[in-house]
Ligand binder design. Structure first.
Ligand code: SF4
Ligand code: SF4
Length: 441
């Protein structure tokens, strides 16, 4: 079986098996066995909750180093809107664009510009007959993976378009080819990522046949060099040359929760939620049809939206304030959706149900395993203590059914067994005239 790529990984040497992470995982993808955490790859959505909670920094994110620039003859940086919010006193984006060039990129395509195209295309889509309401944003890859795993009934509601990062990658490549005359494979479009989920999605795009972004460097990786270069530059007068039309407030707003929804203009029947627990709550409510008349749902796994990604450097609340300050200085919207961009945005994307949460086998086997699981579960203490290494007694019963754990991994069962053995031992001993277990002998 092909190994899935994940940005989120475990550093085994740092893991002390404290089980802090197992209950925070929204897909039950972590088990602690033999004193170390293990991630069940098929279930991981790279939401980074385990990175946030691990007190020993054993859960980490992998991404490309800046050395990736050396692999290409021409490179284009794809900075996300939330990147502007990592620096103090940015009242003009030009300095950041110049900074990215000074760090080593040949050109820049702002993802916020692509986000404005997506907003415009979403407005058109929402008025089309093909829209399944509520339309759910596909911009957060952790949310899309979560839907594919746990809420397959909502797959038709996902916005059927490229994400802003993917669109920026495609448009940047095309413009850079036209500008340089180089073949596409010699041009590297590199995303500056705020979170592991986007690193993973760029490496293995969900529902697309080919990747469209050539690499992902973490914000925190590039930040020191960028800050140094920006400080050296000092100030820039006016807009600088970049591959794309500069974005306005609409595109920049995508960097925080609520920005994508606000850019729809045409509807107020939207909902924006952030943080994985809130996202799950909203998805469950949509599934059980609790919202009437809702037209658009924006969901971000990170608290506060992309400003809250674990690869950022700034506090998300401060970052939000900085982003809003910058946005106020910009015109509302700068792009115009033409036929050429529309054709690129509305790509065929196939998100399909991922059965990794199931017990496996064909329908009959799945049913038999389910019955077996219920029988095992009935014999477990039901206190979800986590000391067996699974997040809940149900997850532990599932592990037993799958042959990945045995009942005796449960400390309560083990203690009962020990007590029974001791009782048997002392009963036998008393019969032979020896000590009772309550005697101090
Ligand atoms: S929180 Fe999880 S990954 Fe971190 S040390 Fe504890 S068991 Fe290991
Ligand atoms: S990244 Fe999220 S889904 Fe993956 S193991 Fe960590 S908490 Fe679970």
């Amino acid at each position: 079986m092909e190994t899935l790529f994940h940005s989120v990984i475990l550093d085994k040497d740092r893991c002390v098996g404290c089980i802090n992470c197992i209950k925070r995982c929204p897909t039950g993808a972590i088990r602690v066995r033999d004193g170390k955490a293990n991630i069940i790859s098929e279930r991981c959505i790279d939401c980074a909750e385990c990175i946030r909670i691990c007190p020993h920094k054993a859960k980490q994110s992998r991404y490309d180093s800046l050395d990736i620039l050396k692999k290409f003859d021409y490179t284009v940086a794809l900075p996300p809107p939330s990147l502007y919010a990592q620096f103090n006193n940015i009242t003009d984006k030009s300095i950041l664009i110049e900074g990215l060039k000074a760090v080593g990129f040949d050109d820049v395509y702002e993802v916020a510009t692509a986000a404005e195209y997506i907003s415009a295309a979403t407005r058109v889509f929402m008025n089309s007959t093909g829209a399944e309401f509520p339309v759910i944003s596909n911009a957060c890859p952790a949310v899309v993976r979560l839907i594919a795993l746990r809420y397959p009934g909502l797959i038709p509601n996902l916005l059927p378009m490229l994400t802003p990062v993917e669109l920026a990658g495609k448009l940047a490549k095309k413009l850079a080819v036209e500008k340089t005359g180089l073949p596409p494979e010699r041009i590297g479009c590199i995303f500056i990522s705020p979170c592991p989920a986007k690193v993973t999605a760029n490496h293995s795009p969900i529902g697309l046949e080919h990747r469209v972004v050539d690499g992902s460097v973490a914000v925190k990786e590039i930040y020191p060099a960028l800050l140094r270069e920006m400080s050296a530059i000092g100030s820039v007068s006016g807009e600088v040359s970049a591959l794309a039309v500069p974005p306005g407030r609409v595109g920049i707003g995508w960097g925080e929760s609520g920005g994508e929804s606000a850019a729809l203009f045409s509807t107020e029947k939207y909902l924006a939620a952030d943080g994985i627990e809130n996202v799950i709550g909203v998805l469950e409510d949509i599934e059980s049809k609790r919202y009437r008349g809702l037209e658009f749902v924006e969901l971000n796994a990170c608290p506060g939206g992309c400003v809250g990604g674990v690869l950022q450097v700034e506090n998300p609340y401060i970052a939000k304030a900085k982003l809003n300050r910058l946005a106020k200085r910009l015109p509302e919207n700068r792009v115009r959706l033409d036929a050429e961009v529309t054709a690129v945005v509305n790509v065929e994307r196939t998100v399909s149900y991922d059965p990794a949460m199931e017990l496996g086998g064909n329908a009959q086997e799945n049913y038999e395993r389910y019955i077996q699981l219920q029988e095992i579960l009935a014999g477990l203490p039901g206190i979800d203590c986590g000391s067996c290494g699974a997040p809940t007694c149900e997850a532990f019963a599932e592990d037993i059914v799958k042959g990945k754990a045995i009942r005796e991994n449960c400390v309560v069962i083990m203690r009962e067994k020990m007590e029974q053995m001791l009782d048997a031992f002392y009963n036998h001993s008393v019969e032979k005239g020896g000590c009772d277990k309550n005697d101090n002998c």
